[in-house]
Ligand binder design. Structure first.
Ligand code: C2E
Ligand code: CA
Ligand code: CA
Length: 612
């Protein structure tokens, strides 16, 4: 058996070749040889198949390869081959070819440099189709890109949702949620030394909304947001936490003075009118401020809120600082309101009565019921001690109702005793007058006509009463209840209001009355009010008649009735019953002695007791 150079037998060599051919055929790998000097290329059959040449020639021209190359890949493929040639090294390339039918395939080509038997530089290489791999890869890449794009979009919408959850859509400012979180973070931050909170409430927001509409309201809020943001630094934060409420948290403020400066700057900025189309909207703000060293901090937001409440109570358009006293006052006020609620249930709110007399005859013509509170601990309280709180906590209407009920009860009682009670005036607040159920409630009381008078003390709205109120007033008159305007001349009730309202009588304010003994001008003023009232067929009662001098001058000025300490102090119902008995049924009055009574024309002698 012939031995080969490598020591293998011919038989073994043939076996090896066959195995190699089988491997190449099943793997569809083409083999090529390129001897550089001769520009000669040898292809096996698989190469022809890959390029779909249709030929079988072992020798092919390099043009076959070059022509098949995709125009976009030609340059690179040649360059890579030249590089491998220069290095006499390893060739590794991938390129596209265009098949005769026009189809594009991707081929991978690898080759080794070697020197032929004559030392001729050559490459032997293998080439196979990787189109499927490339397409698969491309598909994967696409899918990855799609997935990535989706992830980005998802992240963006998550961020948007997060932003929306943390911000106010209208002003773009952080909202309450974000503010609470930030405040908590700042309080936990060891680098932060002091924290301050400003609680800002726009003064005229409701009016702007009512008068110019919601678009104007929106513009106001947006403007306010920008203005407030303009007076704080980057480390501070402003948030909108309610309709027209903003809060600012300020980091490391040096002290109350600095805080005041910033708060006043904000106030100043918010005081400028806001342009809305061709209108200038008047705004303003109330600010509550609270300040503390971190660690000692109480609830800054609650404290600034208390200060804000105070700022609004003291007339708005100002800055107030939180103090522990404010807090205790507020607590006391809340407690009083609570007690007042109970008092209404327990019937501790009762009327005292002050008599009104005819200015000439001095006979009793009426009574005014004035609310008093029999407080279980503090004793008898006048309205000054509880009406303001009642107003703030929405209890005035209930007080009015309680007084009216008790007045009707007292009145019925007196009638049962055989007395003829004069008309009784009760005070009625604006909130009660605006109550849509007022008329129904009054009807349920079966008030005898021409026995009860309502004194309207909220003179402000009489200037411009709304339709609902005017309708209520009309219905009240229909029920035989007379209307009086209280505190006339104290500055609010106008003549127009007087004409519109057509009250039965008006009561000249105490302040005007007091001055008539000293000033001619005041006397003339009272005289003119009487004249105007006459012209409108409205009766006049003067209140605050404190001396006999007053009484005489007022009678001379033409007042119909008089009410005041000189005539009688407000007194409890039982004392009034005694007084009425002494005047109307002197025979039954133990103190009267003789049948005609000696109480004089007024029906009583001197001042009444129980001044409270
Ligand atoms: P008002 O309606 O103007 O009542 C007259 C007030 O002047 C009463 O004060 C009365 O005690 C006081 N007064 C009477 N004569 C004189 C006088 O000669 N000199 C002085 N200096 N004062 C005199 P009072 O009882 O403290 O009531 C204060 C206010 O509280 C009332 O003023 C009224 O506005 C309000 N008020 C009283 N009762 C009620 C009520 O049942 N409902 C409502 N909504 N308000 C009431
Ligand atoms: Ca009154
Ligand atoms: Ca009055």
């Amino acid at each position: 058996m012939e031995e080969t150079v490598s020591g293998r037998s011919e038989q073994e060599f043939q076996d090896l070749l066959r195995r190699l051919e089988l491997a190449l055929e099943t793997s569809q790998i083409g083999v090529w040889q390129h001897s550089l000097n001769q520009e000669e290329i040898l292809w096996d059959l698989q190469m022809h198949k890959l390029y779909q040449t249709g030929g079988t020639d072992r020798k092919v021209s390099s043009a076959v390869w070059l022509n098949a190359l995709h125009p976009d890949d030609v340059e690179r493929a040649i360059a890579e081959f030249e590089a491998a040639t220069a290095e006499k090294g390893f060739y590794n390339s991938q390129f596209r070819i265009i098949l005769p039918e026009g189809e594009i395939r991707y081929l991978r080509s690898r080759a080794h440099f070697y020197e032929g038997p004559d030392g001729e530089p050559s490459f032997i290489g293998a080439e196979w189709d990787v189109t499927a791999d490339v397409l698969l890869n491309r598909e994967l890449t696409n899918q990855k890109a799609v997935a990535e794009a989706r992830a980005i979009a998802l992240e963006q919408s998550r961020a948007r949702i997060e932003h929306a959850a943390d911000h106010d859509y209208l002003t773009g400012l952080p909202n309450r949620r974000y503010f609470d979180r930030r405040l908590a973070e700042l309080r936990a931050d060891p680098a932060v030394k002091t924290l301050a909170v400003l609680h800002i409430d726009l003064d005229c927001f409701k009016q702007i909304n009512d008068k110019w509409g919601h678009a104007a309201g929106d513009v106001t809020l947006q403007n306010a947001a920008v203005r407030i943001s303009g007076s704080i630094t980057a480390k501070d934060m402003v948030a909108r936490i309610g309709g027209d409420e903003f809060v600012v948290v300020l980091v490391d403020i040096d002290g109350a003075d600095d805080l005041k400066t910033i708060a006043e700057d904000i106030l100043w900025r918010l005081r400028r009118d806001i342009r809305f189309h061709h209108e200038m909207l008047p705004v303003g703000a109330s600010i509550g401020a609270a300040w503390s060293v971190v660690g000692e901090a109480g609830n800054l937001l609650a404290e600034s809120d208390i200060a804000l409440y105070q700022a609004k109570k003291s007339g708005r358009n100002r800055v107030e600082f939180f103090t522990p006293k404010l807090q205790s006052d507020l607590q006391a006020e809340r407690q009083l309101a609570e007690e007042l609620r109970l008092a209404l249930i327990r019937h501790e709110i009762v009327p005292y009565y002050q008599i009104q007399v005819d200015a000439r005859s001095r006979r009793i013509v009426g009574l005014e019921a004035l609310a008093r509170w029999w407080h279980p601990e503090k004793g008898l309280l006048a309205p000054a001690a509880f009406l303001k709180v009642a107003e703030e906590y929405g209890l005035t209407a209930e007080i009015d109702a309680a007084i009216l009920n008790r007045v009707l009860f007292d009145r019925a009682n007196w009638a049962m005793q055989g007395l003829t009670p004069p008309r009784i005036a009760v005070n009625i607040s604006g909130s009660r007058l605006a109550d849509p159920n007022l008329i129904e409630r009054l009807q349920a009381l079966n008030i005898p006509p021409h026995t009860i008078t309502f004194e309207l003390i909220e003179t402000i709205f009489l200037d411009d009463p709304d339709d609902k109120t005017l309708a209520n007033i009309d219905a009240i008159k229909q029920m035989g209840i007379e209307i009086e305007i209280d505190d006339f001349g104290s500055g609010h009730a106008s003549l127009i209001g007087l004409v519109k309202l057509k009250p039965k009588r008006l009561k000249i304010d105490r302040q005007l009355v007091t001055a008539i003994t000293v000033s001619d001008e005041q006397r003339r003023l009272v005289g003119s009010i009487v004249e105007i009232a006459r012209a409108l067929s409205v009766e006049v009662i003067a209140e605050g008649v404190e001396t006999e001098d007053h009484a005489r001058l007022l009678a001379r000025a033409g007042c119909d009735g008089l009410q005041g300490y000189a005539i009688g102090y407000p007194s409890p119902g039982n004392e009034i019953a005694v007084l009425l008995t002494s005047v109307q049924r002197p025979d039954q009055h133990p103190a009267s002695g003789n049948s005609q009574g000696n109480a004089g024309p007024t029906g009583f002698a001197g001042r009444q007791s129980a001044h409270s």
